[in-house]
Design a binder for this molecule. Sequence first.
Ligand code: ADP
Length: 321
Amino acid sequence: MSARPEGGVTPALAPQVTAPPEVTVVGSLNMDIRLTVDRIPRSGETISAAGLKRSPGGKGANQAVAAARLGRRVAMVGAVGDDDAGRAITTRLVAEGLDVASVAISEQPTGTAVILWEQPESTIVIEAGANGDVDEQFVDSRDAAVRAVADAQVVLCQCETPLGALAAVTRLATGTTILNPAPAVPVPTEIRDRFDVLVPNRFELATLAGANEAPGSLADVVAMVRGLAFPGDVVVTLGADGSVVVPRDGLPTPVPAVRVDAIDTTAAGDSFCAALADGLLRGEDLVGAARWAARVAAVTTTRDGAIESLPLADEVPAAPQ
Ligand code: ADP
């Protein structure tokens, strides 16, 4: 582990946040370098990009900012490099009102995502960099991180940081724990099963299930979820087909997507996860929270970019009657 022992961001940047977080996100912080392309190049081929955009991203940052824009008090646990990208990300998180006391400065460079954007979909290559520091010991050895995880009403995690961080979260958390197992990696059952809620897309579900192909029909999705024998609740996101809530006991409930003209689906899943947490904090049940999440994620798909596309609560249109 090469992150410096405690804290990290300069004191001038880090506001004193005293109230415990409603949502704590343990996850990745990346600099996204997005190249607009009209097609994905073949192996060995060079093509020209039609545009370049650099912006803070990473599933952790996206989910944390998404929750903050919905009005939640959010703490971020993660790491950046001692470089311009790291400073830009941290400055952005602070500007969004996040508690960054547990964002450490690593000896590794800030994580980087190179995104080939072939509207509206993306093909992404990630270099984890500093995110690789965020393991079990990283969480356990920082008082601020332990408090942020233990005090939060909801803790949101993904899989762009070492899976040991997930083990620490499930050990320390007292609130609801949500795992978005993205990108698709096989999460050991003993870690996975300690979360309260799993939110995979259909490809991540197939990876968790050890299946070669993503499930097609809704019945196939539900059968694959049941095959996991996961002791908590599962919400499978299905892109423009919406999502399906599969509770630990009880019948599955499909939740339709909101019809919009999607121009960029980047961060749709991230905003869905954050809004699901927000809905649960409002006292909604999982189906109610998933309906809210569908409305929030739909807005995200109508806007360009990742963090830039995440809506404020009052920018989300009212539910159709
Ligand atoms: P991920 O980005 O993790 O693959 P999905 O693509 O399944 O996640 O999208 C997450 C959620 O975002 C969906 O369940 C849906 O509610 C919403 N969403 C995604 N794509 C669209 C779309 N084209 N139109 C409307 N809503 C969408």
